[in-house]
Ligand binder design. Sequence first.
Ligand code: GLA
Length: 405
Amino acid sequence: MKSLNRFLFALAINIAICTTLFAQKFEELAQTPPMGWNSWNTFQTRIDEPLLKGMVDTYVSSGMRDAGYTYFVLDDGWMAMERDRDGNLVADPKKFPHGMKAFADYVHSKGLKFGIYNCAGTKTCAGYPGTRGYEYQDARLYASWDVDYLKFDWCNTAGINAREAYATMSKAIRAAGRPMIFSLCEWGEHQPWRWAKTVGQLWRSTGDIGVAFDKPITRNGWTPLSVLNILDRQDSIRQYAGPGHWNDPDMLEVGNGMTYNQDKAHFSLWCMLAAPLMAGNDLRKMPEQTAAILTNKEMIAIDQDPLGIECFKYYSFDGLEIFVKPLANNELAVCFLNRSNRQQMINYDWKDHAITDDFSKVNIDFNQTTYKLRDVWSKKDIGTTGKAVKLAVAPNDVVVLRLTK
Ligand code: GLA
């Protein structure tokens, strides 16, 4: 009897330890905003193994991996049109002749993590089999392929409760046992920032982004949001983001057709927003200028700051906006955005502009404290807050300064 008791006691302790370790693995996901590449913005459903292997190779050779990008995510279009006889999803055999596990192994062999896409509805947005009714089965399949990240969309969901649908998939992932980042993509329609913190690690806050900086542009009868449209919807939800749970203003359009300045501004603003950084350009044809934007380590460090506090809009007048992002060690990032089509000359006297942020409890009076100024794009130290700074900001461009003690 005694030995049985001892055995049961030991078993209980083991279960408790395993449960804690298991929970920790999930809890530690996305402590900083996830960074990666996703196939949708450039290729939509026109993806296949040779193209994607080339992308994986250039992901590494272009320096993206070394700059901190980790995930390689296949969006819509990877599946065959039907599930198999057992109800399992199948990778399109023409696009992926060696199957999805082999492709996942290839991604992992390059030191990257692997992500995949499906949808809470009966079909994905592009009409492939959705996960509705197959949540646990699909999660087990992804785990067997060593998937590290799941983007979960919201098409074909008539009559479905968003909160419950995403909670079910989240539980299915946990039950499958492999820690996966769970990326909710219901376009902010049911205010996921209010309920998704315990469901997934990131949630889309708006509809889809397009290749447009200011005014949205219609292409093929579809008008996605512009960079500035999306930016303007973020200020009111910044308090919901933090380590392990992020607002997602959608993937990057850097390198997809905007001007250099617009790309640079788009990237900077997403970093100021502590946004997940999912590149969406053709890495195999990436010009040096584009690579320089996506791999600017000082800008990325602002995005990845361990406090995980989103910026707030500090000032807005006549096309000029100033965003402030509190950083660890009492540092700050300040971004001057010129939304207008003419150059703006700024003479900014820090001493006239105390910074107060109720959310982060940051209060700075530049008459009391002097910071060093570092220009994150010119990569130059440009003096201190002890003196007014003169800046010329080109149209649709930014100047980003990092303030350190
Ligand atoms: C939706 C999503 C996009 C992309 C497509 C795929 O529009 O918001 O990010 O995943 O579906 O069909």
